[in-house]
Design a protein around this ligand. Structure first.
Ligand SMILES: Cc1cc2nc3c(=O)[nH]c(=O)nc-3n(C[C@H](O)[C@H](O)[C@H](O)COP(=O)(O)OP(=O)(O)OC[C@H]3O[C@@H](n4cnc5c(N)ncnc54)[C@H](O)[C@@H]3O)c2cc1C
Length: 374
């Protein structure tokens, strides 16, 4: 039976869900708020784990294409202390495919493939239990009904209120993101500092991480504990004011580390929000959530992986469900499985954030030792 299925959001969760359904020849309507795929910068690189993001790509039939695009050398990880001393310098083996990196834009294009996404369709509300199914309302006043609506619309989901009253709360940690272009030619010293993967520096209650993307592009993240209204510079467009605030915050750190901030182009201020650990809800027929909409966690390299795996698993279950009752049972079983796994990761990442932005910087190093393969 062909169920009327809509997925709200064309991020890693929504696109993986749609792509796996497509592989099973099941129609799906993909509704995305952005007016076009390249309407905003896609963000930094993602490492896709073998048993998670890569497993999901396998279910979508895209693993070989991913392997051709991804950067196994991007798994390299260097840790410095605030005076620039290298504390750890981990390099992957040449055949290590455990967590290769891929640019978000490349991943999005890979997943998009033949999908017919409806761009510029911002959802405002989802109403379950109407006579004709689940009603979806759009910003432009239009509305449509479906048998199943999957909320893959991220942290500030408009689908979530249909199943849960939970809202994200601030972790107390803020991130400011900047980037460097053409690093190998314009900043060769920084290119050497960063290497092929990431370099992280941990101080008291703050850190700076630089992460190589493809094409000589580098993303730099400064993380620190701050009140939610931390804005020494209310106008983020004032790049120089933002830069001086950050340089003041990291005063005394080694020059090469500060150069990452000195040479950064624009700055984006992102307070880190999370949903409550082990967020669940009473099952609502016809509506479910995936990815950040279901379990927003600190950004510790898991969110996109979980989102994709969930998308692939839900799509497989839904495609195999013959009738309407089976569809609901499939969704209910999926939710139970998702909650257990996501709850575990939410605990791990919450504890991880406490250790990475900690009064005791040796905690970050200890965490690295615990998770890094030898
Ligand atoms: C700095 C940073 C680094 C990270 N690094 C990693 C990493 O290395 N590895 C990893 O696994 N995870 C990482 N994450 C986490 C990861 O980015 C998220 O967990 C992941 O993007 C979640 O995917 P998603 O599809 O659920 O949501 P999103 O990626 O947020 O996608 C949601 C989509 O829904 C659309 N949308 C939103 N509202 C509406 C609406 N009302 N109507 C229609 N469409 C809508 C949005 O435009 C968007 O396209 C990182 C996060 C951050 C902030």
């Amino acid at each position: 039976m062909r169920h009327r299925i809509a997925v709200i959001g064309g991020g890693p969760a929504g696109l993986t869900f749609a792509r796996v359904l497509h592989r099973h020849d099941h129609p799906v309507t993909v509704l995305e708020r952005d007016p076009a795929p390249d309407a905003r910068p896609p963000g930094g690189t993602l490492d896709l784990h073998e048993g998670m993001g890569q497993l999901a790509l396998g279910k979508a039939g895209l693993l070989a294409e991913f392997q051709a695009l991804s950067r196994p050398e991007g798994q390299a990880m260097r840790i410095l202390d605030v005076d620039g001393t290298v504390l750890r310098d981990w390099q992957p083996r040449p055949d290590d495919r455990a967590n290769p990196e891929i640019d978000r834009g490349q991943l999005r294009d890979l997943l998009l493939g033949p999908l017919d996404v409806q761009w510029g369709r911002a959802v405002t509300e989802v109403v379950p239990g109407t006579r004709d199914g689940v009603l979806v309302r759009f910003e432009d006043g239009r509305q449509e009904t479906f048998d199943l609506v999957v909320g893959a619309d991220g942290a500030w989901s408009r689908v979530r209120p249909a199943v849960s009253s939970a809202t994200p709360h601030y972790t107390g940690v803020t991130s400011v993101e900047t980037s460097l272009d053409d690093v190998d030619t314009r900043h060769p010293d920084l290119a050497r500092l960063i290497g092929d993967g990431s370099t992280a520096v941990y101080g008291v209650n703050r850190s700076v991480t630089a992460q190589r993307n493809s094409g000589g592009h580098v993303k730099v993240y400064a993380k620190f504990r701050a009140p939610l209204d931390w804005q020494t510079n209310p106008d983020q467009a004032d790049v120089e004011a933002m830069r001086s605030s950050l340089l003041a915050l990291f005063d005394g750190w080694a020059d090469p580390v500060l150069d990452l901030l000195r040479h950064g182009t624009a700055f984006v201020h992102r307070p880190l929000y999370v949903l409550p650990v082990s967020h669940t809800w009473a099952h609502v027929p016809g509506v479910t959530l995936l990815g950040d909409a279901a379990h927003l966690m600190p950004p510790l390299g898991v969110g996109a992986n979980l989102a994709m795996l969930e998308g692939a698993e839900l799509a497989e279950s839904v495609a195999a469900a013959p009738g309407p009752g089976d569809l609901d049972e499939a969704v209910r079983a999926f939710e139970e499985q998702m909650w257990v796994r996501a709850g575990r990761w939410a605990e791990i990442t919450a504890a991880g954030l406490e250790r990475l932005v900690s009064p005791d910087p040796t905690e970050a190093l200890a965490l690295f030792e615990e998770v890094q393969p030898s």
